[in-house]
Design a protein around this ligand. Sequence first.
Ligand SMILES: [Zn+2]
Length: 298
Amino acid sequence: MKDYLVKATTKDSNFRAYAINAKQMVATAQEKHDTWSASSAALGRTMVASTMLATSLEKGETGVTVKIAGGGPVGQIVVDSDSMGHVKGYVSEPHVHLPLNEHHKIDVGQAVGINGLLEVTRVQPKGDPYTSSVPLASGEIGDDFTYYLAQSEQIPSAVGVSVFVEPDNTIGAAGGYLIQVMPGADDEAIDNLETRLKQLPMLSELLLKGQSPEDILQLIFGKDELNFLSEMPVEFKCSCSKEKFRNDLIGIPVSQLSEILAEDKKIDVTCNFCRNQYHYDESELTEMVAEAKVNQSK
Ligand SMILES: [Zn+2]
């Protein structure tokens, strides 16, 4: 099954729902960063939730940057998602593997920690980005996004995210759902939804069985209860380039740039998000110093 996201509303207009299959997206992140199980699950769950959040944005907003730092062994998680289904991310400690928790699942809560914040920055093409944050609820990521939406956006929601990691560290499955309660939804429908979510089999099992995003939403709401509005491909994609990093580098103070030219005669840069490497040799660096001098004397 390819990676994609579906958007739906329930026919009774009580809920808006998103579901996603993101196995390849998380597998790409795993390969690029060589993440081990707990780091894969923490980064992958954050990517899955951020992708759904980014596609649920208000008109005019173009993406979100999510940062999670809970004081656990994986360190900081940073994920960038745009509203077109492109996502990139990294975790500061890719090599974290922990014993399974009491539910025989990867102990993501332990790996992430709860001493810190989930921070979301919404990006708008015009105007300043808007950042809000909440304390981490459990470090399990799904709960933390649910808490963020309730507290910061005042949208009662349910977020389920899952990443299944095989013994050889490859990604067996990844995906999730995001359900938002619409304004004026009736209480009985909300109670029903809570019951159905409790009865839902484990998300990782559904994904491993090859259940599609549509299947998962139909399991939650019932077969004929949904209007599927759209389907969108999603993928790990980083838009970095040698040119973009060059623009950043010529923003470095000329004195520092000249020092690098004199001492190292080159610059090597690695993109945090995709690990692509860019090399600038002595002649390129000489041009960059000249350009920086002109820019910075303005
Ligand atoms: Zn990159």
